[in-house]
Design a protein around this ligand. Structure first.
Ligand code: PLP
Length: 282
């Protein structure tokens, strides 16, 4: 199995984490997850633009263009003969003796990427998933896809402990997003999702979903909504690169709607699959 280290294809067994890597010691870095369908990257431009934006917002210099990185990822897909799966990639601020301030003068970032096959299991997509509601305890720059994921991890573990798939987070009663997904509701045939502010990660799947609403005459708004609206919504669904669009059928043990995936969610799942087929072949 091959991986990328600093733009070069190498063997997975040839790379090691340095204990002074700032990603390891501080979570000082950023990452992306990009889906591969039929050997093709899905929405790679959008993901790489977000990677560049995340890097810029923490003043981390990436010594490659988005086009060059896309080339590396395509090469890795070929090397590993990945058909369906994902690529995980991260950049850290490099290896330097531990000190909170950035290394001065600046040092090289450390860039790694690997592939992982995803065997299509549609059980969650067809049956829907159970969730819990929890307080959003994260920092105020959730728009950055940072390696610092403690808040997300603690929320996800709370869901796992309750036998649930995802934790839906709220800040002072306003629903923000899942621990590793965006969350949207449907009320009277209208899709509502938190606006792309500093309080959520502007998911690429979220953006694809909103584009599909727009192109298919499904009313939508990027507007905040309360936990009461969430609990009374006709439908609730998650979106993310790995989960695509997932119906939420339960929140804190209470059924969403009639407790089965609703028609708008199923329609959006179908449109999403069509979009994947359009962009990556089927
Ligand atoms: N929100 C959070 C906190 C995430 O970690 C993710 C990533 O999976 C998402 C939203 C969804 O983003 P995307 O659709 O770009 O995968």
């Amino acid at each position: 199995e091959k991986v990328i280290l600093n733009g070069k294809i190498t063997l997975k067994t040839d790379i090691k984490v340095d204990f002074e890597d700032r990603g390891y010691q501080f979570g000082d870095g950023i990452y992306e997850v990009i889906r591969v369908y039929n050997g093709q990257l899905f929405t790679s431009k959008e993901h790489l633009n977000r990677l560049m934006a995340s890097a810029k917002s923490i003043s981390l210099a990436i010594p490659f263009t988005a086009g060059e990185i896309e080339g590396h990822l395509q090469q890795l897909i070929q090397e590993n003969q990945l058909e369906n799966g994902m690529i995980y990639m991260q950049f850290t601020r490099g290896v330097s003796p531990r000190n909170h301030a950035f290394p001065a003068p600046a040092i090289d970032s450390v860039y790694v990427a690997y592939t992982k096959p995803i065997l299509h299991s549609s059980e969650n997509a067809t049956a829907g998933v159970k969730t819990i509601l929890t307080e959003d305890i994260r920092w105020l720059r959730c728009d950055i896809k940072s390696l610092n994921l403690l808040g997300n991890i603690l929320a996800k573990q709370k869901a796992a402990d309750a036998g649930c798939f995802e934790a839906l987070q709220h800040r002072d009663g306003i629903v923000t997003e899942g621990s590793s997904s965006n969350v949207s509701i449907v009320i009277n045939g209208k899709v509502k999702t938190h606006p792309a502010t500093n309080l959520i990660l502007n998911g690429i799947s979220r953006q694809v979903m909103l584009g599909l609403c727009k192109d298919n005459g499904i009313p939508f708004s990027e507007q905040t909504y309360t936990t009461e609206e969430l609990l009374q919504a006709d439908e609730v669904f998650l979106s993310s690169t790995t989960a695509e669009i997932l119906p939420v059928i339960e929140i804190d043990g209470k059924a969403v709607g009639n407790g089965t995936p609703g028609p708008f969610t199923r329609k959006l799942q179908k449109l999403f699959q069509d979009e994947v087929a359009k962009q990556c072949g089927s």
